[in-house]
Design a protein around this ligand. Sequence first.
Ligand code: MSP
Length: 529
Amino acid sequence: MPQGSKGTFSITTPIYYVNAAPHLGTAYSTIAADTIARYERLNGYDVALVTGLDEHGEKVADTAEEKGMSPQKWCDSMVPAFKDTWDLLDVDYTDFVRTTEPRQARTVRKFWNDLYEKGYLYKSSYEGWYCVHEETYYAESDLEKDENGTYVCPECHRPVERMAGEQNWFFKLSEFQDKLLKYYDEHPDFIRPRTRRNEVISFVKGGLKDLSISRSTFDLGIPYPFDKGHVAYVWADALLAYFTGLGYADPDRKGEFERRWPAQFHIVGKDIVRFHCVIWPAMLMAAGYPIPNAVFGHGFLLTKGEKMSKSRGNSVMPADLVKVFGVDGYRYYFMRDIQFGHDGSISMERMVQVYNSDLANTWGNLVSRVFNMTGKYFDGKVPQAPASAAENPLSSIAAKLYKTYDDCMQELDFTGAADAVMELAGATNHYVEDSAPWALAKDPAKADELASVIYNALEACRIIAMYLWPYCPNTSSDVWKRLGLSDLNKLTDIEGQSAWGLLPAGNPVQNGDALFPRLDLDKIDLHLE
Ligand code: MSP
């Protein structure tokens, strides 16, 4: 099945603020998006994965000033930190959009100019409050007070700025209240998981105010074509990076946007669900574009009950963990152990436990035993198994795997999909244990039985590696190579490749280093708190 034969599949991560280097929280959204993107590639889709950086707004301007750099220099200096981290974590994105790029300015100008011409924008003066850290406007009734009676942001609890008398351009968001509610009703899977959907619906039912989409008191942003003294509000800019990354109005990528939009999934943290489920669909409705299939709001990573973030000073960098667990161990832990959609407390104890039990003891150990025995009993070649070998307890588990795994992936239930694969790995270990090939090898009359057991165990390894590839791309590719198979990167038919018995007899089988050497918690000198 050629790449993309099932059609296009577009997925996005948030466009991260450049005010801090990528940390475990931002890596979490990115790895989740990459895991689903890798799966859908294996599944035959022509996948686009868009990520990037949010380089405008007051927060970036303030940080650049603190660093004594021009905003552009500051942003440029941060780009390698993001790209290097995504490379380190094997994130295979197809576009990396920086909102300071000329192509993003083209998108923003074209999109908002269209809404201006359609009559969805008007100019008025704004009275209210603004939180620079959240880049969000708040009504006084939304705010909290600190112990000194100062108004603070209800999200991050930092002091808010009073804005009074500033002339702004407004988007008529309030006109979309009923249309949005109708849309949520007719598309129950648009906002996921369900708990987030209920929050958004009650927020919209509470009444929508028109949204200020411009700022005239500072200039770090994209000037609007219809009023050059006003730059786009950072969210009126950032959301459109998804369009830019899929080729919107790009003369060098003609026809691509039309093929790739609407996106299948926007992966976002729960803190930015409202922007994606209220403002964004209203913008799209106004402009006449289809709404993305789904916005998935994942939970926060917590240590000792607190959200991990660079500013709270409790974040270990992804590279630190990769040194201990390897890239695949890192990716597997976050995708497998924290139910996507829920908050998840992370700890070194738990990371080591999951790594040792699933990756070292179950999967790595299986490969090492079976590949070793192939070397010992069959001269390092896949044995020719008799026809009767096809009847075995593993093939029936493998036959159900695609459906279970695919159902989970459609729900972004990475835990459920990983469990389904580990069920086959666990069953294969038991099968090897129960069949005792070391005993069969001693009896020449049992040669066929031995060939069947080793063939079936190798075949299970082929299938397990394929299904683990979205989580563990390096070790899975390695296992396929060691089985004398083609590059997993190029596979586009995971369903067809799940059929039992496709591993060719005679293929060379190489026994290599342990895929996941066991870890000892006491010897790890790294703390997450
Ligand atoms: N720039 C905006 C997004 C614009 S998208 C058009 C933004 N950037 S951010 O860098 O602050 O955050 C990006 C994402 O990282 C958010 O989805 C946020 O939820 C996620 N995380 C930041 N800390 C996190 C954790 N501790 N745990 C999980 N994810 C968290 O918002």
